[in-house]
Design a protein around this ligand. Structure first.
Ligand SMILES: Nc1ncnc2c1ncn2[C@@H]1O[C@H](COP(=O)(O)OP(=O)(O)OP(=O)(O)O)[C@@H](O)[C@H]1O
Ligand SMILES: [Mg+2]
Length: 598
């Protein structure tokens, strides 16, 4: 019954934001795509919020016991049992594990402290499995059990700064978690619709546009910067609103940018400060106490309420205050300090500002960079979203710095409501195709390996003589697309006529290269160059034309693919364009029928 009644369009689209600290979802039914709803009542959460903790709790043997807020609760309870009974291992609480997906130093250091079985794949697949199961249950409650999981389409958001390889891994893990059908998942329960990977700042940008729909703030031609300040990444994108068929159509003005940073780095600074103030804390090995401190800091009396003014007093857990006193006594510096001195800690306004300022400065530096990239174009609005944009202090500082009405430049910082839900809500709009990015800025150079006339200064080792006796230079990087160039999606870009170097040549090797460097590459062997595809193209007909045979090469850019085509222009029987290969930049399996949709 399931497959026979299934339509070619999904009934419900879910936007899933798997974040470093928190994860959440939004959804809408196809009967009313504008009615995007979020979920707030997560089990074991202290207060309603649009996201739950990105945490998992395992038994010491590696069995998954709880996820989300419930993982924290289960861990707290296990700690209490352990401290009252003196029992050993309590199990493993894993939080903020999203960054282990992106290869690098951070991932390495995170994996080092985890047991061998807790691989990036296991953690992410476990988490996605739990949250998608939960979402499925909620949707059934909402729409009735006649809504099948396979009728739901999923949009999963990823940081724009992630590599294509990490985005690909997310797709595979989503299949392994049973969300969508594919090579790694054949479950009849899984969605039959391809997973759509959306970029977090792009989803956030559409959320902001939707929020301002009823105001006259955004006009065609306006340029706006969206800054997604999350727990572990800061992601930026500059869009220009363009007139188009769909309600929200934009073009990317400069390449999206970002770096690691945000709320969890503020938490690290807080712990660092506490360790400097409380001498014994560095070597204090009591998970229950550390858990209590973190809970206070993340709660309403901790970082959330800091607006840049006032101090905070924190009553220390008893075990810690006793250990601190003892530590000072051993060092001989307890004199003059009474019992009360060790019972609470005061964080001054200046110290609290210091904890936040490193991250706020990171955000400001990234905004500055985008503003300077776009110096010819005026950015009228700066949107602040992501959970960290709930911080009144961050919003105040960024507003003070970037609100401007000087010398004819009017720029306004806008922090829309529910900034934490911006990504998953925007992802739903992208899923329905009611929002689109019509062109993006290339972050790389793309081109073909060619042989060109030898010029003064060319590399001697690549020199050869063709059969007309001309000096040629091999391994030249012939640029088709420049780094920073605007590329319309789903269009042919850059086309060139190429020919053989030798009259007797029966084939031509057509090799596509990319280069991630700032400076235009000269040779395909330059640092940063990577071969993406290779094809031996037959040119053995009409050999009498020798090196006058002409081949027309073109590239077709999709959202995450480049297809390379070649066409015999003046020789051979088949003069139709032939697709040589398709390079899957992110391995995306996104199916796209309409033009210019994400
Ligand atoms: N009022 C607030 N003041 C300060 N920080 C806050 C406030 N509310 C939330 N945060 C912080 O925002 C961060 C979470 O933001 P968000 O949910 O956007 O991140 P994420 O999606 O988990 O991370 P990422 O997008 O980087 O993967 C946490 O570090 C949280 O403590
Ligand atoms: Mg996020």
């Amino acid at each position: 019954m399931a497959s026979s009644s299934r339509s070619s369009q999904p009934k419900v689209i879910v936007g899933l934001d798997f974040g470093t600290t928190f994860s959440g979802f939004s959804f809408a039914h196809r009967s009313d795509p504008d009615d995007v709803q979020s979920f707030y009542d997560w089990p074991d959460a202290g207060r309603p919020y649009c996201k739950t903790q990105t945490s998992l709790f395992y038994s010491p043997a590696g069995e998954l016991l709880a996820w989300g807020w419930s993982a924290l609760k289960a861990y707290s309870e296990a700690l209490q049992v352990s401290s009252s009974t003196g029992q050993g291992e309590v199990g493993l609480l894993v939080s903020k594990f999203k960054p282990i997906l992106e290869d690098g130093e951070l991932a390495k250091s995170m994996l080092e402290v985890l047991p061998g079985w807790a691989t990036a794949e296991k953690l992410i697949v476990d988490y996605l499995g739990c949250i998608s199961e939960f979402i499925g249950g909620h949707l059934r409650q909402k729409y009735g059990s006649c809504l099948l999981r396979e009728e739901v389409a999923w949009c999963l958001s990823v940081p724009a700064i992630w590599s294509d390889a990490s985005k690909r891994k997310m797709e595979i893990y989503a299949e392994k978690a049973g969300i969508v059908k594919g090579k790694h998942c054949s479950s009849s329960e899984a969605s039959s619709f391809p997973l759509k990977i959306v970029l977090e700042p792009e989803a956030a940008s559409f959320y902001c546009q939707k929020q301002l729909k009823d105001t006259a703030i955004l006009c065609n031609g306006d340029k706006f910067l969206t800054v997604d300040v999350g727990g572990g990444t800061i992601d930026l994108v500059v869009h220009e609103k363009v007139e188009g068929g769909s309600s929200y159509e934009v073009r990317e003005v400069s390449a999206s940018s970002g770096e690691l940073g945000g709320g969890t780095y503020v938490d690290k600074n807080f712990l660092g400060l506490l360790k400097r103030k409380i001498g014994c804390l560095e070597s204090f090995d009591d998970p229950e106490t550390l858990h209590k401190i973190t809970r206070w800091w993340l709660g309403s009396l901790g970082k959330s309420s800091f607006d840049g003014t006032g101090f905070k007093l924190y009553e220390l857990p008893r075990k810690l205050s006793k250990a601190w006193k003892k530590f000072d006594e051993q060092l001989g510096c307890a004199e003059g300090h009474d019992e009360e001195y060790y019972e609470e800690i005061k964080l001054s306004e200046e110290e609290l500002r210091g904890i936040f300022d490193t991250e706020i400065e990171k955000v400001a530096a990234l905004i500055d960079k985008q503003l300077s990239h776009c110096r010819d174009t005026m950015i009228q609005h700066v949107f602040l979203v992501g959970g960290f944009a709930e911080s009144p202090y961050l919003v105040k500082k960024i507003t003070e710095k970037y609100n401007s009405s000087n010398a004819g430049v009017t720029r306004e910082v806008i922090a829309p409501p529910s900034p934490g839900a911006a990504i998953c809500k925007g992802a739903v709009a992208l899923g329905f195709g009611t929002a689109a990015v019509v062109s993006r800025i290339s972050k790389k150079w793309y081109g073909l390996r060619t042989a060109q006339r030898f010029q003064e200064g060319d590399r001697e080792e690549y020199k050869f003589v063709n059969d007309e006796g001309a000096d040629m230079c091999d391994k030249k990087f012939q640029i088709f697309v420049k780094n920073g160039e605007s590329i319309a999606e789903d269009t042919f870009v850059s086309e060139r006529n190429l020919g053989p170097s030798f009259a007797k040549q029966r084939s031509m090797t057509i090799e596509l290269f990319s280069s991630s460097g700032e400076i235009a590459p000269s040779y395909v062997t330059d640092p940063g160059c990577k071969r993406l595809g290779k094809y031996i193209f037959d040119i053995s007909e009409n050999m009498e034309l020798g090196n006058k045979r002409s081949v027309f090469v073109s590239m077709y850019f999709g959202r995450s693919t480049i297809q390379v085509f070649a066409q015999r222009i003046n020789f051979g029987k088949n003069r139709q364009p032939e697709k040589l290969y398709c390079v899957d930049l992110s391995g995306s399996s996104i199916g796209r029928k309409r033009k210019s949709r994400i």
